[in-house]
Each structure stands twice: as C-alpha cells, then as structure tokens.
Write a protein of this length. Structure first.
Lengths: 590, 688
C-alpha cells in the first residue's frame, strides 16, 4: 500500500527525486573521501609536524566539505519539495474523492476518520518521504561501499558482515513487524479522539444542560487512555530498537578483535588492517543504524498509506453516468416510477413502490408519519442516494443518466437541518449562485421573510455566520436556508420540512410570497403541518406499512397511502384525515 | 451597574462609538480571506504571532512534572549508558593493545626483557618505534595472550551490554513519561472545552479546534519522543567528551570549544527561520482541517448547490499555503545538518593545524594529538545532534503554543466557592430587570422581568428571532447576563454551581444531538449523576433498563426501535444518518423524560415529529409537566394553549403576558399573532 501511494504520488516528482539521488550520491562520496584526507593529515602532516601539508590538505578538505554541504542543502531543498508536493497532492486527491461520496460512504468511514486521514495520515507519509530522501541514498551507498572495501581488505573477516547484517535486518524487521498492528490501532484511536471531541463540541449545549461533563470526561478518558496505551506499546518497541542495534554493532566489533587476534597471531594478517577493517565495519553498521531511524517511521506511514488507499479506492455508491446526458428540456418535471429504497444490509425498506409525478408549475406536498421516509424520498431526486428499485426521472430522463452538475443545477434544496456555512449571510446566500447581485439577495430575503431581521444586524448582509449557523436562531437559520435556495432560481424546489422552526404567521406569509416566486417551478414540500401543504396541487400521504393498525410499530417502509388534493384526501384517505384531526384541536378552539 | 437604569445606556452608547471603527477594521480584515473565508479567523488568531520559544518549551517540560522522579531516574540511566558507551572504546583500545603487544612480543626472542628490546630498537635509531614498544606491554617471545584478550573483550561485551540495557530501560521509561504527559495534555484540552463559554464555540471553527488535539498534540508527542532521549544523551556526551579533551590539552580544548558558540549561532540562525515556517505550517494545518471538517459536514449541500468547484478552489488555496509553509519549514530545518557538519570539519582542520604545530614544537606527543583529534570528532557529532534536535523542537513548540493558546482561552466565570442552593426546590424562576446582548452593540433583551410560579407551564411565543431561545439560554446560564438577575427559588443562579442549577433542569432542544453510540446509551444519557462509568455503555449512567424502556415508551421511541433488528442496541452512526429527524427528536425527548428534572425546558421539542405522534407525545409531556415548572417554546400554538402563563415576546421584550383566554380578550399582540396563524386555517376551513 505504501509503495502504491508513493509510486502514485511521487511519480510526478521523479525529476526532483533523481536530482536528490544525484546530489546525495555526490554528498555521500565526498563524505566517504573525507576520512582519507583525515588520515593523510595525521599520517603525513601532524606526525611529521608539516604545517604546510596540514594547511594544504586542510584547505582541500574544507573544499570537499563545502561541496558536500552544498549538495546536502540542495538535496534537502528538492526532497522537501518532492515530499511536500506529494503530501499536498494526496490531500487534494483525498478531499476530491470524499467530495464524490454519498451519505452512505460518509457514514461508513465517519467524518472524523475522513478528516484525520486527510491531514494526520498524510503528514505521516510525508515525513517518511522526507526522511527516506535523506537516508535512502546515503545508507545503501555507504553499506555497499563499506562491504566492498572490507572484503577487499580481508576476505576472511567479511563473514562477520555476512552474519551481523542479516541479524540486524532480522532485529529491525521483527520490531517493525510488531509495531505495525500498534500503529494501525493508533490511527483508528486517533479517529476515536476526533470523534468524541467533535461530538462534544457539536453537542456542547446538551452536554451542559444535562450536566454530563463528568460522563463526557469519562468517555473521552476511555478514548484517550486507549490511544495512550497503544502509543505506549508502539513506543516500547521503538525504544528497544536502538539499544539492540547498538548491541549487535558493538558485539560485531568485539568479535572482529577476537578473530583478528587469531589471524594476526598466525601471521596471516597485519595489525594495521584491524583499524581499517574496523572503520569500514563501523561505516556499514552505522548506516544500518541510520536506516533504522527511518525504519521506525515505516510502520506508521504504512498504516496511514493503507487508510489513504482505502478512501481512494472507495467509489461512491451514487455513480455518475459514463456517458451522461448533458441537456434537458426546460420544464422540469419530476417522476418516481416504482421506487423503493432500503439501507444497505437493512431488511426493511425505507420506501417501497413509490410512484408519483410532480409537474412544473405545480406544488406537491408530502406528509406522513415520523420515519415514513419523507426525507429519503426527497433525497432521491438530487441523488443523495440512489433508489434500490425503480427509477427517479427528471424530464423523463432517469437521474442516473444525467450529468450530476446539470441535475443539481436544476435543484434548490432546503434541507431539514438548515445547515449554514461559516462566512457571512451574503456568502451563504450566494452559495448556489455566486453571481447573484445584492438586489437578488434582498429579493430572496424578502420572500423568505428574513429581510426584517437581516436589516437589524449591524453588518447587514455582511453579518458573520458561525459554522452550522449556530449564532442565529433556528427560525432565522431556516429562513436563510430558504433564501439560499431561492437565490439559485432553480426549476425544482425541494423543501424538506423547512418551515418547522417558523411560527405559523411567518410560515403563512412565507408561503404566500413563495407562490409567485416559484410559479413556473416544480415545488415539492415535505411538511408536518397540514396548513403548509393544504394549497398544494397534489398531496402525497406516506405511511409506514402498519403504523395505523397498532399505533407505531412499523416493520415495512413508507408507502403511498393517498394521493390527491386536501379536500379529496380528507374524505378518502383515513391516514390523512387522522393527521388533519390531530392538528384540529387548536383551530377548533379559535 | 444594574441599580442605575441610565448607566448601561451611557456605557453602551460610549462603547458603540469606541468599538465602531475597530469593528470596521476587523471587518475589512475578515473579507480579505479567500472565498469570503471564515470571518473569525482574524479575531481568533492575531496575525503573525511570534513564538515565545523558551517560556513555551519550559511549559511543555512542565507537563512532565508529575513524573519528575522517573525523569531523574531517566537522567541517571542516561548518564550510565553514556558512561558505558565511552568506556566501550577504551576496552576495545585495550584489546588492540593486547594484540599489538603480542605482535611486538613475537618479534623478539623469548627471555629478552622488554627494556632490552626497547634499547635494541633505539639502538637502530628508530626512536618512535622504541617509544611505542616501550608502552606496548609486550613480553618478548610471547605471542598474543588470548586469555588476557578474552578477558578484555568480555569486559567490552559486558560494558556494551550494560550500556544497551540502560539505554533500553531509559527509553522505556521516557516513553512512558512522554505518553503520560501527552495523555494529560489531551485531557486538559478536553476538560477545557467544558469550561469554555459558549460564545467561544460560535467563533471557532470546529475542525480548527479539533486539529489542535489531533494534529498538534500528535506532533508534540512525536517531537518529544524523538528529541528527549537523544537530546539528553547528546548533551551528556558533549560534556563527557569535553572533560576528556581538557585533560589532554586545554589549548586544543579551547579551540574545539569555539565550535560551541558557532554552532549555537548557526542553530539560532536556522531555527529563527524555521520557527515562523513551523508556526505557519501548524496554523495552516488547523485551518485546512477546519475547511475539511466543514466541507465534509455539509457535503450534501456542497453537491446539490453545485459548490464543489468553489470548495475545491478554496481547499486548493489553503492546501497550497500549507504546502509552502511545510516545504519552507522542512527545507530550512534540513540545512542544519549539513551546516553543522561543515562546522565539524572546520573544527577538525583547526585542531589538526594547531595540533601539528604543537607536535612540531614538541609541546605535545603525537599520540595525544591523535587521541585529541578522535575526541574532537566525538565532540562535534553530538553537537550536530543537539542542533538538529533544537530544530525539531521548533515544530513541537509551535504546536504546543497552539494547544496552550486554547488552554489559556478565557473561561466562563468559575462557580462560586461555596455555591448556594435553594433551601427547598420548588421551581420558582424569576427574571429581575434582566438585560442581555450577544453582541455588545446589538441590544437583544432589555430590562426584562418575569415570574414563573412553581409547577406552572410558561409558554413563550413571538416571532422568530424575538429572543425566545435566548431566554432559555439565560435560565440555563449558557450565557452571562449583562444586568439584573435571575433567581431560582430565591437564589441568584450565579450563586449556584452550574451543575446544581442544570441538574434541576431537563431540556429538549430544537437541534437534536445524539452521539455515536447505541440508542440505549443515548436515552440513558439523561439520567443525572449515574454511577462510576465503565468502559462499556459509559454514557448510560445510572438508569436501569426498565427506566430507559419506560422513557422510550412515553416518548414513542419504543415503537420504531422495536422494529429495528437490534432494537435498543442499534448504533446511531456518527452522522446519525440512519434515523429521521423526527425519530431523533423523540429520542431526545425520551432522554429528558428519564432525567426527571424539577424544571423542564422544551424548545420546539416536537417540530420535526408528525402531528399524530406529537399529539400522543404531548399527552406524555403533559404528565411530565405536571408539578414541574416548565418553559415551552412552540410555534404550534395548540401545544401551549393550556399554559398557565403565556409570554409574548417581541424584539427582546415581553410585550404581553397572561393566559390564552386573557390574551385573546385583550386583542393585543397575542391576538394578532394568533390570528395571523389561524385566520388562514379558519378561512381555509380545515375543520370538517
């Protein structure tokens, strides 16, 4: 997985990486040359007190050293550039991929996990690239060079290398192998921290209202301890690595001396060779040690790469068509043909066998019991989900065959939860139509009955909006969400229970103002209140399979139990009549 | 300031004049962000904040204070392992000497004394060789003494093994210390979140806040684990080697010592530049995290409103900024190693030159100079390490500052030291001349007084934005009032502990909030002060299965839950996308049922519930409301007609109060409101 991530995202920066390799090669060779000069200074200069030689060689050494650092600095430049560019590209790829996800994929990963993957996981991969750029060239060259020199020096001793290198590899491999599962758990637990905290911030009012701070602290503590324990275990393995590697390196040196003693004693080896062989051996083993620093980063980066790939390999369940239809007749008619929807893996369907037609210039009201699938029904039109059976058509064309942008361009959605983005009132209103003029915005606010409160704000249209719209009241939020859809001037309006936080007076005025504003459009309104939809050209009554029979226990999904106008349904549809009656108590008293 | 009615006005008038221009400037700053970015960025984060490295680093170290005894142990262990690692080469040197002695010994016939052999050599005129031989400890005629060599090498192995062991134990302990400190830091942040005033969350982007706990604390952890151990060992090695160098030659030692200030200068030079980049890197990470969080939260809207391209564009901008900052940070800190290596080589040449001169002048022996040169290598290597660690620390401290910023954010007023409690909880709530505004120059609630008698149901009606929810927020003490006071059974709620106050109040909010857990846990959340939470079903608190079931039945949750394959064990997913808004509202109502509070607040509790279910839930709620003071906010006036008192609010003031019949008879604001709501209904003849 890690290899795949690196190959994919470092591919475009091959040139830079090649430069890094070349520079590192030069730097490493200079570094290897320096000890020879060192020796020369001592042997030919210091020992003979030849200051001139010392100065000359010293100058030469500084020159080489200068070359080395220049190469190293340039290499640092290009490796940082390549690594960070790759990181940036991975983040972009992840963000864009998640952008195509439907609610189903979003729920599968969970937003907190997707967020961690998009920042923290990428960070780990990025750091590994930086580190390997510094070490991946120097370490192998030094090892190979060291081995050649060592074998050349004394072939009989080179089996020491042949033993200690595999031992080192084995030790490092073992530690890495033990660390991988820890890091896998660790990234998941970081998601957990993210999730609990995100919930706490979102639900801060509820937490405080119910005085649940101690419970929340305990809940966080569980996640926190669990993360700390995993980090602790991973850290313990990492703590083991360095001492063990050092021990192997040093034991090799000791063995070297013992063996050399025997060879020298038998007269087959010179004393001077010990020092030379020792320095080559040190060179080899130190490179391995250096590499082990990089190696400790691999497990985490590998796990992160897996998590990144997992997202990148996930395709949305709402697939865009291969050969999309890119044109639509202007009159936007919405039609459901035998549509059913079930959550994946769920036995019962949320909607079953829905057929209806909503024509341009008409209003279709949808009413029904809690959980009868009203929101789901509306969500099928902009393909927030895809119907599991049947087809949803816009202008006679299956929405699955339409180009998504074209489809969405026709739709103005006011979701049940009036979510606003951080920014200003104006930036939110222009959300669906960046070109809208201030006049357009005010016109939409007028219809949405929001002008009244926007003008009282000191900054008017530029008044700041907090994330989610938490700094305005529920009713204001809903009206801004309605205005946002109006600014878009779409052909299909989808109002999902969008008047619930409005008082009835505002509701009535808003509906009155909406009528001319949406005259030519196809309007579909989900509502709880009969008054909201009583004027609709047609009302669809949804009900869960057996709700009416036993007052609530429902097995099947929502199905249409009545279609017609208010007056027709009151007489013909018992479910509708019940809804009407339930809302009468107030009116009766008037 | 509540005594004098005129004062607040004057104060507010003055402050309006004062903050006006400042606000405008801030507004101008806000609009500078790309794509009309979040307006609070300017306010929450002062531009180009420079780092207080040392104070912050010290504070970071202080997080490990509770384990300082362990830390001392680590120090001693590090000292031990450094000593061992210095001893190791000495044994190896002895081993070389032993081999050398054997080689030398073989060159001379047995029976010859060493001094005789030395004389022999000196006689040949090779004085250097003679010197070496004299100190070799060779026994003429004897080859390598393997017994002796074996002992020396065993000692070496022993020392190395001991060193590794100590270093492992030290690493093991340090890992524990760091992880514990990091865990405490995360706990501190989490606990802080519960102490922050609510307005803080209105200003702060959620993802930005989250990034401080995930990305920044994670970075601190990695920094500490990477640097602590190495820094310790490197510093000790520097000191140890320096001591050895001074024992050999103080002149050369002083020359080598020059490397220290030079390294410090270079480190400072580089760190200063990397510092600002690291600050940018982590700030940008936070902001990007904020953008990502918001985009993923509102993903459906982004799509349906065709906003993907814009969102992508603003993501790309921020992503590019993060790239630039992290590239800069990485590159600048990447230069430190080569620079330090250069200093090392410079130092080396200087020592060689001066050493050579001293050998020439006979002031030092060749062997000593050679040893010295070895030490000077050993000296610059840890120095390089210290320098690069100092640089890594820049990144960690930049993150730490972001965490400390959050920890230092102004908190809500602390609870009184000796909190008051009503002698007898009856549920009488009184507002006395209460004034409150969210934004200083935007009056909301002005001089409001009202009384809620025990057991009464108080309905609050009025147009959206009239301040109804605000009133509730004030009773809960989510926000602090600017003037006047609110009392519960005669006790000013500011004199009570928040937990005591809120523990008496059950609340169902307009916005449902469920957490990723089972339905049972979510309903059980309402039971106050449950037993010690375990790891399983931690949120369920003290509620029994029967109580949860009863609450679920009363709130009509039981119906749809029974139909689920897993019933009450069904997990509400993180986005709670598997339940309808109405179902979620019912679950939050069940939660309040379970709480059995003395005071009940229902803010549009059933707005997404279908009216047939609502009628039934209302029934249950009426039972819950009896003998409890309740505040009810509802747009469906049907739900509030029976209220004991109806407050009609407009623009933050109570314009009318009374019962339904009284208010209708008064033909005032309520009458108008009522008519505007129902005239349509009556005209349209809903009544069969």
């Amino acid at each position: 997985m890690l290899v795949r991530v690196l190959r994919t995202f470092l591919g475009p920066y091959k040139v830079w990486l090649t430069i890094v390799v070349a520079l590192q090669l030069l730097a490493t060779l200079s570094a290897l040359y320096l000890p020879t000069l060192n020796a020369d200074i001592i042997d030919k200069g210091v020992s003979k007190g030849d200051t001139g030689y010392i100065l000359a060689t010293g100058g030469w050494m500084l020159l080489i050293s200068l070359l080395q650092i220049l190469c190293a600095i340039c290499a640092a430049y290009f490796s940082a550039k390549a690594a960070m560019s790759a990181g940036r590209d991975i983040r972009r790829a992840l963000f864009n991929r998640v952008g195509t996800f439907s609610a189903r994929e979003l729920a599968r990963f969970g937003a907190p996990s997707l967020i961690t993957r998009n920042t923290n996981d990428v960070q780990q991969v990025q750091m590994l690239v930086v580190l390997s750029c510094t070490l991946m060239v120097a370490a192998p060259i030094t090892v190979v060079g060291g081995i050649i020199m060592a074998v050349h020096q004394e072939a009989r001793l080179s089996w020491l290398v042949a033993v200690s290198l595999p031992v080192l590899t084995l030790v490092i491999g073992l530690v890495v192998w033990r660390m991988v599962p820890q890091f896998r758990a660790m990234q998941a637990k970081l998601d957990g921290i993210n999730r609990v905290l995100r919930e706490q911030i979102t639900g801060v009012r509820v937490v405080r209202a119910f005085v649940r701070e101690p419970v929340e602290e305990a809940r966080f503590d569980v996640a926190n301890r669990s993360l700390a324990d995993t980090s602790l275990r991973a850290g313990r393995w990492a703590a083991l690595l360095f001492p063990v590697v050092m021990l192997v390196v040093n034991a090799t040196l000791v063995a070297l001396l013992w063996l050399s003693g025997h060879y020298i004693d038998s007269g087959t080896m010179q004393v001077g060779e010990i020092t030379a062989f020792m320095s080559y051996l040190m060179q080899i083993l130190m490179s391995v040690l250096m590499a082990s620093f990089m190696v400790v980063m691999i497990p985490r980066a590998a796990v992160c790469a897996e998590r990144i790939i997992e997202v990148l390999d996930t395709h949305t369940s709402v697939e865009p068509p291969l050969t999309p239809i890119t044109e639509l007749p202007t009159h936007a008619q919405v039609e459901f043909r035998g549509v059913s929807y079930a959550y994946p893996g769920a036995a019962a369907s949320v909607l079953s066998e829905i057929s209806l037609t909503a024509r341009a210039g008409t209003v279709t009201g949808i009413i029904g019991s809690t959980g009868s699938g009203k929101t789901t029904l509306i969500s099928l039109i902009p393909r927030l989900f895809d119907a599991t059976e049947g087809a949803v058509l816009v202008d006679g064309i299956n929405v699955r065959e339409l180009e998504p942008e074209l489809l969405w361009g026709r739709i103005g959605l006011v979701p049940q939860k009036a979510y606003l983005f951080s920014g200003t009132i104006a930036s939110n209103l222009r959300y669906g139509n960046p070109e809208a003029t201030d006049e357009d915005l005010w016109a939409a606010l007028d219809v949405a009955q929001a002008t009244e409160f926007v003008v009282t704000l000191p900054d008017g249209l530029q008044a700041p909006i907090a994330q989610g719209g938490t700094n305005v009241s529920g009713g204001q939020r809903q009206r801004l969400a309605i205005a946002r859809a109006l600014v878009r001037k779409p052909e299909i309006y989808l109002f999902d229970d969008s008047f619930s936080a409005l008082d009835m007076g505002t509701d009535a005025r808003l509906r009155a103002a909406l009528k001319p504003a949406t005259r030519d459009a196809t309007v579909i309104v989900v509502a709880q209140r009969v008054s909201t939809i009583r004027d609709a050209d047609q009302i669809i009554v949804l009900d869960r399979g057996d709700t009416r029979a036993d007052g609530g226990v429902a097995g099947g999904g929502g199905a249409i139990v009545g279609v017609g106008t208010h007056d027709e349904l009151r007489l013909t549809c018992p479910a509708y009549a019940e809804i009407v009656t339930s809302q009468l108590s107030a009116e009766e008293a008037a | 300031m509540s005594e004098n009615g005129a004062t607040p006005d004057r104060v507010s008038a003055g402050s309006t004049g004062g903050t006006g221009p400042a606000k405008r400037i801030q507004g101008a700053e806000n609009r500078r962000g790309p794509g009309g970015g979040p307006p609070w960025m300017g306010a929450a984060m002062p531009a180009e904040k420079s780092m207080n490295f040392w104070p912050s680093a010290r504070r970071l170290l202080r997080t490990m204070r509770p384990e300082r005894i362990k830390l001392y142990v680590v120090l001693v262990l590090a000292l031990g392992s450094v000593t061992m690692s210095v001893l190791g080469p000495i044994f190896l040197g002895k081993a070389t000497d032993a081999i050398f002695a054997g080689v030398m010994g073989k060159l001379f016939p047995a029976g010859l004394s060493l001094s005789a052999a030395v004389d022999q050599v000196r006689g040949r005129g090779d004085s250097t060789y003679a010197e070496v031989l004299a100190h070799s400890g060779a026994v003429p005629g004897h080859g390598i003494d393997f017994g002796h060599l074996g002992v020396v090498l065993l000692c070496a192995i022993g020392v190395y093994f001991g060193g590794s062991l100590l270093s492992w134990v030290q690493g093991y302990l340090l890992n524990g210390i760091v992880q514990n400190a990091i865990r405490r830091l995360r706990t501190d942040v989490e606990e802080k979140i519960h102490r922050l005033p609510l307005p803080y969350f209105d200003r702060q982007q959620r993802g930005e806040l989250l990034s401080r706990v995930t990305n920044d604390i994670d970075n601190i952890q990695q920094t500490l684990s990477q640097t602590m151990s190495q820094l310790l060992v490197a510093l000790l090695t520097v000191v140890g080697v320096l001591v050895m160098m001074f024992t050999l030659s103080w002149v050369l030692a002083l020359i080598a010592l020059v490397a220290v200030p030079v390294s410090m200068l270079v480190t400072k030079f580089v760190a200063k530049r990397s510092q600002s980049k690291f600050i940018q890197q982590w700030r940008n990470t936070g902001q990007l995290n904020g953008q990502i969080e918001e985009a993923f939260t509102g993903l459906e809207l982004v799509k349906v409103f065709g906003r993907q391209k814009e969102i992508q564009a603003s993501f790309d901008t921020k992503n590019q900024e993060l790239y630039e900052a992290s590239f800069g940070a990485q590159f600048v800190s990447g230069t430190i190693m080569p620079l330090m290596m250069f200093i090392g080589n410079l130092n080396y040449v200087a020592v060689a030159v001066v050493g050579g001169l001293r050998v020439a002048s006979g002031a030092m022996s060749l062997g000593d100079v050679q040893a010295f040169i070895q030490y000077s290598r050993q000296f610059t290597q840890p120095l390089t390490q210290v320098a690069s660690m100092a640089n890594v620390l820049q990144s960690g401290v930049a993150s730490a500052e972001r965490v400390f910023d959050l920890l230092d954010a102004e908190e809500q007023l602390p609870d009184p030291v000796s909190p008051a409690r009503p002698v007898q909880m009856r549920g009488r709530v009184e507002f006395e001349n209460v004034s409150f505004r969210y934004v200083p120059d935007q009056p909301l609630i002005e001089d409001l007084s009202l009384v809620a008698e025990p057991g009464h149901t108080i309905a609050i009606v009025g147009h959206t934005g009239a301040g109804k929810t605000t009133l509730v927020n004030l009773v809960m003490r989510f926000y602090e009032i600017d003037a006047g006071r609110i009392t519960l059974d005669g006790v000013d709620i500011r004199d009570m502990a928040r937990a005591d106050l809120r523990g008496e109040i059950g609340m169902v909010l307009q916005d449902t909030w469920l957490f990723g857990g089972t339905i049972r846990d979510n309903i059980g959340y309402g039971r106050p002060s449950g037993g010690a939470p375990g790891s399983e079903g931690v949120a369920a608190g003290g509620a029994t299965e029967e109580e949860i079931l009863a609450a679920a039945k009363a709130a009509y949750v039981d119906g749809f839950v029974q139909a689920l394959p897993n019933g009450y064990d069904t997990v509400i997913d993180e986005e709670s996308s598997n339940f309808s808004a109405g179902q979620k509202q019912l679950m939050t109502i069940a939660r309040a049922f379970l709480a059995q509070p003395s005071l009940l607040i229902l803010d549009e509790a059933t707005s997404s519930v279908d009216t047939r279910t609502e009628v039934q839930v209302q029934h249950a709620m009426a039972a819950l409301r009896s003998n409890r003071t309740s505040f009810v906010i509802a747009h469906r006036l049907s739900t509030i007609r029976d209220a004991d008192l109806i407050l009609v609010m407009d623009a933050g003031r109570i314009v009318e109060q009374g019962t339904h019949t009284e208010l209708l008879a008064a033909h005032g604001a309520y009458f108008e409101l009522y008519n505007s709501q129902f005239s349509a209904a009556i005209e349209e003849d809903v009544v069969a």
